[in-house]
Design a protein around this ligand. Structure first.
Ligand code: HXC
Length: 257
């Protein structure tokens, strides 16, 4: 499929989406976001894909929502169109989504990153929610997902000052999963994603659902959801195969059934 602002490719069982608007540091205009959503839907429906990676360039994962596109908007327009709501589709992908982040991940770029499940950052990555500097506030989940990821004190610090945070601080706070040298970022993301993609998709998708449930519900309800989902996996052939392979000291061959 042809896209104007992203590139897609498949490597093994991994679908890659590369943001490709270098002249604007991958600023997310409406067309680019709808292309990301379309590409994710395609990979989501493809039984040969077990994990998706979202990445940008060396210089920028994405420097935010497109400020030039948004500058002239009015309140009635943003309200009636539910501006930015279409971005939620990224978080609703059921397959695991890995972010490979180098350079700037700012504003909407940071918010899209936080919709991903595993976040691998290059040492060059820089994060901020700088909306306060342009007279607005995060609008694609920034205040909510950041607070859940790193707590209130740091979220207030970042959102109220708009300051830039480096990769070491982001890793220390638990915002990102791993930090690697920039030269190793894409290989590390592929290795992590391929490792996920070769597991049973029933396991990986159930795990994603259960972890995300932790942010939506009470502990007892979350534990019940986890336990019942865990029980259900004993109805799969992949459970029989996975445990038999362990006992027989061989690699499992999962068939997503
Ligand atoms: C539109 C952007 C952009 C953005 C960069 N560009 N970020 N265009 N929207 N978010 C464009 C610049 O205008 C410029 O184009 C080109 O990309 C290169 O950027 P420079 O500023 O020349 O590069 P540099 O000096 O290296 O500075 C990099 C930067 C800076 C620190 C990342 O570009 C910057 O501060 N960008 C804005 C970051 C930001 O505030 N993001 C959050 C947006 S708000 P031209 O054609 O001029 O050369 C958000 C949610 C709110 O995400 C929703 C409403 C928008």
């Amino acid at each position: 499929m042809a896209y104007d602002f992203i590139q897609t490719r498949v490597a093994g069982r991994v679908g890659w989406i590369t943001l490709d608007r270098p002249e604007a540091l991958n600023a997310l205009n409406a067309a680019m976001v709808s292309e990301i959503v379309r590409a994710l839907a395609g990979f989501g429906a493809d039984p040969d894909i077990g994990c998706v990676v979202l990445t940008g360039s060396d210089r920028a994962f994405a420097a935010g929502a497109d400020i030039k596109e948004a500058a002239g908007r009015s309140y009635p327009e943003t309200f009636l169109e539910n501006f930015l709501a279409s971005w939620d589709a990224i978080a609703h992908l059921r397959k695991p989504l890995v972010a490979a982040v180098a350079g700037y991940a700012l504003g909407g770029g940071c918010e899209i990153m936080m919709m991903c499940d595993v976040i691998i950052a290059a040492e060059t990555a820089r994060f901020a929610l700088p909306e306060v500097k342009i007279g607005v506030m995060p609008g694609a989940g920034g205040t909510q997902r950041l607070a859940r990821a790193i707590g209130k004190a740091k979220t207030m610090d970042l959102c109220l000052t708009g300051r830039m945070m480096d990769a070491a601080e982001a890793e220390r706070l638990g915002l990102v999963s791993r930090v690697v040298p920039a030269s190793e970022l894409l290989a590390e993301a592929q290795a992590v994603a391929e490792g996920i993609a070769t597991k049973s998709r029933i396991s990986t998708m159930a795990i994603k659902e259960a972890v995300n449930r932790a942010f939506e519900t009470s502990l007892s309800e979350g534990l019940l959801f986890e336990r019942r989902t865990f029980h259900a996996l004993f109805a799969t052939q992949d459970q029989k195969e996975g445990m038999a392979a362990f006992v027989e000291k061989r690699a499992p061959q999962f068939r997503d059934m």
